[in-house]
Each structure stands twice: as C-alpha cells, then as structure tokens.
Design a protein around this ligand. Structure first.
Ligand SMILES: Nc1ncnc2c1ncn2[C@@H]1O[C@H](COP(=O)(O)OP(=O)(O)OP(=O)(O)O)[C@@H](O)[C@H]1O
Length: 366
C-alpha cells in the first residue's frame, strides 16, 4: 500500500506543486493521477520513489516513510515508465531490458533470458529484441519501456504519461495490454495522465487533482462519473459522462423477448404481424429485421451484444442504431437469444440510477 499523508511540495522558487494530499493506493490496484497541466501529478508520483522529497507530510510504502529509505534500494522495488520510454539508444532492445536484472546482480545470460521473457509478455518477439530503439515504432518503444520496468518484477510500478507519445489507436492497444498484464501480475500501479478517458479506462481508482496541487476527488471511475464532487470534476469529465457511466452497468438482467424472432421459413406466415421482426437462419444467426412497412427486403440486424459480457453502453448504442429500435442479444456463438428495445434499456438505466443513489450516497470526496 502507498499512502500520501497530508503531503506538500513547495519548490524553492515558491511554487506550491502539491498541497495537503492525502490518499491511499491499495496493494495490487491501479490508481491514476489525472488533472490539467501543472496540477502536481508528476511531482506527486516522484515523491513515491524519492526523485522529489516532500516539504511537508509523509509518503509511506507499506507503512514505512520513504524518506527513511535509501533512494536506490527504494527504487529497486519500483519500476518506472516514462513518456518516450527513455531507452538507451546505443543498446539493443534486449540489452535495454537486461540492464535491470544485471543491476540486480543476475549473470549476463540470466539477465538476457529474463529480458526475453518479459519482452514476450508485452508482445515483442525475438526479431524485435535484436533491434535498436530507433528501429522500433513509438508504440513498440513504449512496450520496451514497460518490459524494462517489469524486468525486476517490482511490486510497484510508477508510470508517468506512459502512452502520451503514441497515436490514439496504438494508445488504446497499449492500454488494453496494460490491463491484461495487470490482471495477471496485480502490481501496485500509480499512473499519471492528463487524459480523463485513459484514467477512466485504466484506474481502479482515480485521483483528480486541480490547479494548485489540491485533490478534487479520489474515487472509482464509476463513482466519479456518477457523482462528481463539484463543477471542476464534472467539467473535467466532459459532457457525455452519463453515457460513459453506462460502461459500468452490466447486462445480465435485461428483459429479453423472443416473440419477435422468426426464421426465414416462418416469416411469410407472419405477414399479418405489424411489428418489426428479427429474421434468423436455421442456426439462429440474425439475418436482418423485417420492416412491417417494407417486408420485401431485410434491414440490417446490426451488432449483437452478449449479455453479461457487453455493457449497457453498448446495448443502448446498438438499440439506438438499430432500424427497429431493438438491440439483439446473442450467445457467444452469435445465435440470437432475444431482443430488447431502447425504451426498455432506458427504463433499466433509470432503475439502476435509483439503486446507485440508494446504495452509495456521495462517496470518495476528500
Ligand atoms: N523543479 C521545479 N521547480 C519549480 N517549480 C516546479 C518544478 N517542477 C515542477 N514545478 C511546478 O510545479 C507545478 C506542478 O508541476 P508537475 O510537473 O508536478 O505538474 P503536472 O500536473 O505533472 O503537469 P503536466 O501535466 O504539465 O506534466 C507546476 O506549476 C510546475 O511548473
């Protein structure tokens, strides 16, 4: 566990970068520090590994004040990933990563074996391992940066804008990869970003900082989106936070109807049915919607959703985009198991909101 206990940092020129920061990062979870430029995110992160020392308060790792620990020993237990990866340009990828186990006393051979293993974990194979950093794409370089941070298997990972320098598509890939790695490795991670979407995607908890280095709110992404502490946090989250909140709602208990599903063989027999009908093949795979006004051609069935796997955001999107106003639920094999209307989805959303309001009144505020 990492604890910030009323931490302050005033730089010698008088700038107050962090002001009275108190929060806990539980072991094995990922906390994101997010906020506008200059609000003290990097300063706060660097106080964990003593690249910066606080001018007030304490930072504790597993209950021990970091200032009582030798910085080099402390940093051995903490991987550090920065924007642009910070790789040694004249060393090959594998040697960049092997540097860390070498520093920890591993033999050259053992260090290289460890490096190859962690490179594999972040999706980089042998061929890329022999290249120099400049011969890799930005996204691949960031992966090497993550591999190097993981090479010593530290319990804590500090990440400062790790994905900011790559394009949006690669950035999403790297985010998903970090989540996949974290689901296996369960490190204690603190990640700094100025991108609220990245914070919502990655964080078990998100600390929103405001200018002047003051904590505005520390909460789970769901709590932030559903109950921002004030106008600053709400403004920082953006205009569509309601829709984004739906990503945290499950779809296991949506009302699904089967009476609108018909097969190609049966559809002609339902000519008198003046409703939209979903036509499926013999294996129940959706073929399209029969429009009662234009029964000759089928309208597209749209993207189906798998109850329990997809979120309510996806279901609402599918129902809004569907010509019939119904989203199609499918099993993992793509077979139709029912349909649900956009009106029913919104009714479920309203009841979830009521339940949320009843169960968790305004939490997570500093
Ligand atoms: N060494 C320093 N000396 C004086 N002031 C500093 C120093 N380092 C940072 N600051 C100031 O402290 C404040 C917080 O900086 P910090 O880098 O922690 O913010 P940040 O939220 O990470 O910003 P960004 O998103 O722009 O990287 C800023 O006003 C910055 O100018």
């Amino acid at each position: 566990m990492i604890t910030f206990d009323n931490v302050e940092k005033q730089y010698p020129d008088g700038t107050v970068a962090v002001d009275g920061l108190s929060l806990e990062v539980p072991t094995g979870t990922l906390t994101v520090f997010v906020g506008p430029s200059g609000c003290g995110k990097t300063t706060s992160l660097r106080m964990i590994n003593r690249m910066v020392d606080p001018t007030g308060g304490r930072v504790l790792v597993n209950g021990e004040d970091v200032r009582t620990q030798d910085p080099r020993t402390l940093r051995r237990g903490m991987g550090y990933v920065i924007q642009h990866a910070g790789l040694f340009p004249h060393r090959t990828v594998v040697d960049n990563v092997a540097t860390v186990p070498r520093l920890m006393g591993a033999s050259r051979k053992q260090a290289r074996a460890t490096a190859m293993e962690v490179l594999g974990r972040v999706g980089l194979g042998e061929e890329l391992a022999r290249r120099y950093p400049a011969q890799l794409s930005g996204g691949q370089q960031q992966r090497v940066g993550v591999a190097r941070a993981l090479a010593a298997d530290p319990p804590i990972l500090l990440m400062d804008e790790p994905f900011s320098a790559v394009d949006p598509v690669v950035r999403k890939e790297l985010q998903q990869e970090l989540l996949r790695l974290q689901s296996v490795l369960a490190k204690t991670i603190v990640l700094v970003t100025h991108d609220i979407d990245e914070a919502i995607t990655l964080g078990d908890r998100v600390a929103v900082l405001r200018p002047g280095g003051v904590l505005a709110q520390y909460a789970t992404p769901e709590e932030l989106l559903g109950d921002p502490a004030d106008d600053f946090v709400a403004g920082f989250l953006g205009v569509d936070r309601g829709v984004r909140l739906l990503s945290f709602f499950s779809t296991t208990d949506l009302p699904l109807h089967t009476d609108r599903i018909t097969t190609t063989g049966d559809v002609s027999g339902r000519a008198g049915d003046d409703r939209w009908l979903l036509v499926v093949d013999d294996e129940k795979r959706p073929l399209g919607w029969r429009d009662p006004q234009a029964p000759e051609a089928l309208a597209p069935a749209g993207r189906g959703f798998v109850p329990g796997q997809d979120t309510l955001r996806g279901v609402l999107d599918a129902s809004v985009l569907s010509p019939s106003g119904f989203a199609v639920a499918v099993d993992e094999g793509g077979r139709a198991i029912g349909v649900v209307s956009s009106e029913e989805v919104t009714a479920v959303i309203r009841s979830r909101h009521r339940r949320r309001a009843d169960s968790q009144p305004a939490q997570g505020r500093p």
